[in-house]
Design a protein around this ligand. Structure first.
Ligand code: DNO
Length: 344
């Protein structure tokens, strides 16, 4: 297992100099953020990113994410050109020595929360999802922005894309995902890049948009869409774990034995009521997930890929990108490494 940490590039207040001081973290998870979704990533930019990271004595372990253009998810004719570009990006990444790529297939919005700085009992601030509040939110008001969301939408273009999704069913989304995978996984196999889909967060439909990467059953269906070891998963405990039906250690064992887990996101969450949750500290006793059992499952499958702590709370007065401060994520990394060492 390699402990990794997400870095948002030069604009990230959590610098590589800080990250390299977290004991046990050797890998960086990053991306190129200034290329429009749907365009190919040029070689020189990839090499520049890699060099910056390696100059600090770290590895560029995972790209999170190479985003999938909405036209691909919608199955529009323009998708062929965009899939071609996606394949070019994979070829370039492979040539630069990157071999794990994370992405997601969530329509329009990436991870969604109702509040970004909810104060917990200990005075720290965390992201939370309260079903009632989300049900009342107007997704196209442009009022809520999250680090994972595409910020290039205007109110009008958001409305337009929502209209396009009005006719897209879950089955359509499955078909469009299959179409994408049939083309991309061929190239991934050829250049040996492990593709790792990120589950939908939260794992249920929001704002009337379909979501399909949500459960063990659906992940199994996903694996069979294109039955290749390069067609794998980012097993995100915090995304899948907010519903009790998803047994995370069981999923790690099941998909791990199939050789389909290429990346682990390990964080805890506290289910506050059915359909609502808070992002808690990583420690098992602070949330609903048994983190030791999850790490034990990774140990049992002989996992040798990258793992990262995931969202952290804001503690000790830190401010910054919601979910992506330094301190609590660093505590998470050290805690997960401690569990791992204890299991050795
Ligand atoms: C949240 C992340 C997601 C993830 C994407 C992958 O912090 O886990 O935003 O990066 O869904 O494409």
């Amino acid at each position: 297992m390699e402990m990794t940490f997400r870095w948002y590039g030069d604009s990230d207040p959590v610098t590589l100099d800080k990250i390299r001081q977290i004991p046990g973290v050797t890998g960086i998870v990053s991306a190129i953020y200034d290329i429009p979704v749907g365009e190919a990533w040029p070689m020189d930019k990839i090499l520049e990113l890699k060099k910056k990271i390696e100059d600090k004595g770290l590895n560029l372990s995972v790209i999170e994410s190479v985003p999938v253009h909405e036209d691909i998810k919608l199955g529009k004719p323009s998708r062929d050109r965009m899939i071609e570009n996606y394949c070019t990006t994979l070829r370039n990444l492979a040539a630069a020595g990157v071999n794990v790529v994370c992405y997601n297939f969530m329509p329009v919005f990436d991870w969604t929360r109702s509040e970004l700085d909810h104060e917990l009992a200990d005075g720290s601030n965390a992201l939370i999802y309260v079903k009632e509040q989300v049900d009342k939110m107007d997704p196209i008001s442009g009022e809520l922005a999250l680090p994972g969301w595409d910020s290039s939408y205007t109110k009008e273009s958001l409305k337009a894309v929502f209209d396009e999704y009005a006719n897209i069913t879950e089955e359509d989304l499955w078909n469009n995902l299959k179409y994408f995978l049939e083309r991309v996984i061929k190239v991934a196999e050829e250049v040996k890049v492990k593709m790792a889909i990120h589950p939908d967060d939260p794992p249920w439909p929001i704002f009337g948009l379909p979501r399909i990467i949500t459960s063990k059953e659906n992940l199994e269906r996903f694996c069979k869409l294109v039955d290749s070891p390069y067609n794998g998963i980012t097993l995100c405990s915090g995304s899948l774990g907010v519903t009790k039906e998803n047994d995370i250690p069981d999923m790690v064992r099941y998909f791990g034995k199939m050789g389909r887990i290429h990346f682990g996101h390990c964080r805890n969450i506290l289910i506050t009521e059915e359909g609502s949750f808070e992002e808690s500290a990583h420690l098992s006793s602070k949330g609903s997930l048994d983190m030791r059992e999850i790490m034990k499952a990774y140990k049992e499958i002989g996992f040798d890929g990258p793992i990262r702590p995931d969202h952290g709370r804001m503690i000790w007065g830190e401010t910054g990108k919601p979910g992506y401060g330094l301190y609590d994520r660093a505590l998470g990394a050290v805690y997960l490494n401690g569990l791992w060492e204890g299991l050795e």
